[in-house]
Design a protein around this ligand. Structure first.
Ligand SMILES: Cc1cc2nc3c(=O)[nH]c(=O)nc-3n(C[C@H](O)[C@H](O)[C@H](O)COP(=O)(O)O)c2cc1C
Length: 162
């Protein structure tokens, strides 16, 4: 075996499951950010976690509100999900701008999701330039009509598995 960099290891362990993290803005809008660094943590009680760059709007919002939805976007919104990982909610209302229809819920998430984990943040843990949000899962919803999206390469390609 040979030594490789962290970035290379990310490429070599792809594809990575793509999620969208919903957060509430002070104006009452829903911000969506693409996140691949998410993981299941515990089944009883059900817990999930994800790592967000401290500079992201999502990180700022979640430290205040404590409520989020981690949704698995379906293939039908692959382009929109990717765009949610390339712009900040500080500059654009992504759901509105990209035409992502949201479920009417206390914290909204895309209608075209395969799975949605309704979560409460229980512990935001500082990890270098990121914060790892440890969340309790309050509810899980499933839509059998959608196919799961994965990211390849430098997270610049999103597609469902063949
Ligand atoms: C496929 C994909 C996966 C991403 N995964 C993460 C991630 O796990 N953690 C993270 O902090 N940013 C990740 N990003 C980048 C954020 O989505 C991006 O910085 C976004 O603009 C943050 O939006 P916000 O400022 O509205 O929170 C990812 C981007 C893409 C395209």
């Amino acid at each position: 075996m040979k030594q490789i960099t962290f970035d290379e290891a990310l490429k070599q362990t792809a594809p990575h499951s793509v999620s969208l993290i919903s957060s509430l803005t002070p104006e009452g809008n829903t911000n969506l950010a693409a996140v691949c660094w998410w993981t299941f943590l515990e089944s009883e009680p059900p817990m999930i976690g994800f790592s967000m760059a401290n500079e992201s709007y999502t990180c700022e919002l979640l430290k205040k509100s404590g409520k989020t939805v981690l949704s698995i976007p379906g293939e039908s919104i692959a382009d929109e999900a990717f765009k949610c990982g390339t712009a900040s909610g500080r500059d654009v209302n992504k759901a509105e701008e990209y035409g992502v229809t949201l479920v009417d819920a206390p914290v909204k998430y895309p209608v075209n999701s395969k799975v949605a984990f309704i979560c409460s943040v229980v512990n935001p843990v500082p990890v270098g330039d990121c914060t790892f949000f440890i969340c309790k899962i309050d509810d899980i919803l499933y839509n059998e009509r959608e196919r799961h999206l994965y990211a390849w390469g430098d997270s610049n390609k999103l597609a469902a598995l063949p």
